[in-house]
Write a protein that binds this ligand. Structure first.
Ligand code: PMP
Length: 418
């Protein structure tokens, strides 16, 4: 029995199996954009541990920063004490925004969303929170009220957070929005939702992924995002962008919202922020970040080792944005070379890319599973999204040659679909 099979058997015996793995990769170690499994096989990393390892694996600058911090101290809770590193990273993070802002640290995406919901309710003194269908904001009981990329995520866990409401995302595949998603959706929000369901004066915030990630790399029309910003300003509703997946350079801009020429009120971050260590953050306009003393905190948020890594990430990622855009275009061009009749759409921004597979007008779920499994067998690691989208989120530092090689294998496996 191979070591991989042995570990997978034990995994199913000792770990709750509430998540679905696409293929049986058992990682041993990794360097740059190459993953090595426990049986000695090599793979090209085309998912970055789901959008986390922006600077690749084993980055020397990150290792050195963590080592140095380790010899100072590992942990001393920000909830009760102070340290300079927390200020340094917050200074750097807020320097990317043109307005005065403040930071709250968490350990994950879902915690950032939870904190943002509390901040929005407190600041506005309003209750309702609006999200979008097919979005992903996390799986804890608060954020789950906004998550709806698959029913299995919600089924059996209700009641979810009261006073949450989900709207259609401006997705032209939605038959109700066909032809004119922006105007149809804005009319729906203003003339139906705000007239008949909830008074906009009771809405604290609208949570929005600048590009839906788990939902299938869905990019909204720029006009819609601008309209959403206009309407939220008009009614004093906070616009919270969930940049857990799109943030920190992934889309070729520091933050995903910059692709749409708007400014949000609150930004939720995690994934790439900690360079592979657990770190999340809420960054919001200073006047909004006003939860009262003692009302919100966590033991580990802003862990010093994670912050030491984050400092490197925030210094290095801005230098990579041009190559992220360039490589992303190359990858999209190669995927567009596919002759497969099952490619419904190739889309993306920067290095957040999806290929939607459809057969007979429906999601080609088996096709997605086959492409992922066969790519894995050939040493390439893309991941799935939505119902049938092959998702590529390679490290932002991936070598051009590796990115092209990995993409070619994925494209060839798509072309083999029957
Ligand atoms: N928001 C978005 C946009 C995400 O993509 C994710 C994770 N896929 C989350 C929130 C939740 O992050 P975490 O798994 O760290 O809780």
């Amino acid at each position: 029995m191979s070591k991989s099979i042995q570990i997978i058997k034990e995994d199913s015996k000792y770990l709750m199996q509430s998540f679905k793995r696409w293929y049986p990769l058992v990682i041993d170690h990794a360097k740059g954009s190459i993953i090595y499994d426990v049986d000695g096989k090599e793979y090209i990393d085309m998912n970055s541990g789901i959008g986390v390892m922006a600077l690749g694996h084993g980055n020397e600058k990150i290792i050195n920063a963590i080592k140095e911090q380790m010899s100072n101290f590992f942990h001393y809770s920000l909830t009760d004490f102070y340290y300079e590193l927390a200020v340094d990273v917050a200074k750097k993070l807020t320097s990317f925004l043109p307005f005065s802002s403040k930071v709250f640290y968490t350990n994950s995406g879902t915690e950032s969303v939870e904190a943002a919901m509390k901040i929005a309710r407190w600041y506005t003194k309003r209750q309702y929170i609006i999200g979008f269908i097919n979005s992903f904001h996390g799986r804890t009981l608060g954020s789950l009220g906004l998550t709806s990329s698959k029913t299995v995520q919600r089924r059996g866990f209700s009641p979810l957070l009261p006073s949450t409401l989900l709207l259609p995302y401006p997705d032209s595949r939605n038959p109700l929005l066909k032809d004119d998603p922006v105007n149809r959706l804005m009319e729906y929000i203003e003339d139906w939702i705000f007239e008949k369901v909830v008074d906009p004066n009771e809405v604290a915030a609208i949570f929005f992924e600048p590009i839906q990630g788990e939902g299938g790399v869905i990019i909204p029309p720029e006009d819609f995002v601008k309209e959403l910003r206009r309407v939220t300003y008009k009614h004093g509703i906070l616009l919270v962008v969930d940049e857990v997946q799109t943030g920190i350079g992934r889309t070729g801009k520091m933050f995903g919202f910059e692709n749409f020429d708007i400014m949000p009120d609150i930004i939720c971050l995690a994934k790439a922020l900690g360079g592979g260590l657990p770190l999340g953050a809420v960054v919001g306009r200073s006047e909004i970040m006003t939860l009262p003393l003692g009302s919100h905190a966590n033991t580990f948020g802003g862990n010093p080792l994670a912050l030491a890594a984050s400092k490197v990430v925030l210094e290095e990622v801005p230098k990579l944005l041009d190559r992220v855009n360039y490589l992303g275009k190359e990858i999209i061009d190669e995927l567009n070379n596919s002759k497969s009749p099952y490619v419904y759409d190739v889309r993306g921004k920067g290095l957040m890319i999806g290929v939607e597979l459809r057969k007979n007008g429906k999601a080609f779920v088996d096709g997605l599973e086959r492409v992922l499994m066969c790519s894995f067998n050939r040493g390439v690691l893309p991941i799935g999204a939505g119902e049938s989208v092959v998702r590529l989120l390679p490290p932002l530092v991936i070598e051009e040659e590796l990115a092209n090689k990995g993409t070619r294998v994925i494209r060839e496996e798509i072309d083999k679909l029957r």
